[in-house]
Ligand binder design. Structure first.
Ligand code: S3P
Length: 198
């Protein structure tokens, strides 16, 4: 005889179902937070694949991100980002580093599936600008302005509520990329994450 079906939990599954195992990790956060570096290390530790949304956009379009911004504008870049990321988010056993602006659309973070561990690598605007502007890293079109720090502050103020919807928030400045990656690896494997050291 069939029993009474369990009441669905708000998240979708039956009340007593354990949460699903994590199928992928999505790293979000501001430019310069180290999403690619940490993501690559998480993938190495888990023996999963790593993919960087920006690199994928560049590979598929055959253009560098600054060229896309300059030639086609930010709106065109965002369209490519939306399409590429939607596809990458269906991959299993994958660590995905998103661009800093990807989460800042209503519904995007909430739309992540229950088996996707979202992680915000949190960084202050001063640190982000110090790492990016004048550094040897990639050119970030969003900060190619006369006052990058003011712009970083403005962008972060708008974006933080979106980043804050991540399931795990890690202070990207306090720990080095390897330590951050180990915390994420432990979370994926179901171990409790210790509070960040002060
Ligand atoms: C952007 C961040 C960049 C890249 C693009 C726009 C943003 O990625 O997607 O330049 O709007 O914050 P990173 O966060 O990897 O630098």
């Amino acid at each position: 005889m069939a029993g009474i079906p369990p009441t669905p939990a708000p998240g979708g599954g039956p009340v007593d179902d354990p949460p699903p195992a994590w199928s992928r990790v999505v790293l979000v956060g501001f430019m310069g937070a180290g999403k690619s570096r940490v993501g690559r290390e998480v993938a190495r530790l888990l023996e999963w694949s790593f993919v960087d949304a920006d690199h994928e956009i560049e590979r598929r379009s055959g253009r560098r991100i600054p060229d896309i911004f300059r030639q086609s504008g930010e709106a065109a870049f965002r369209e490519m980002e939306t399409a590429v990321t939607a596809e990458l988010l269906s991959r299993e056993q994958t660590v995905l580093a998103t661009g800093g602006g990807w989460p800042a659309v209503p519904g995007r973070m909430e739309g992540l599936s229950l088996d996707t561990l979202s992680v915000w690598l949190r960084i202050a605007p001063e640190e982000a600008v110090a790492r990016i502007v004048g550094g040897r890293g990639r050119v970030r079109p969003m900060l190619q302005v006369s006052d990058p720090l003011a712009e970083a502050r403005r962008l972060l103020e708008f974006r933080e509520p979106f980043y804050g919807k991540a399931r795990l928030v890690l202070d990207a400045r306090r720990s080095n990329p390897r330590a951050l990656a180990r915390l994420i690896r432990d979370e994926v494997r179901g171990r409790p994450v210790p509070p960040p050291s002060s």
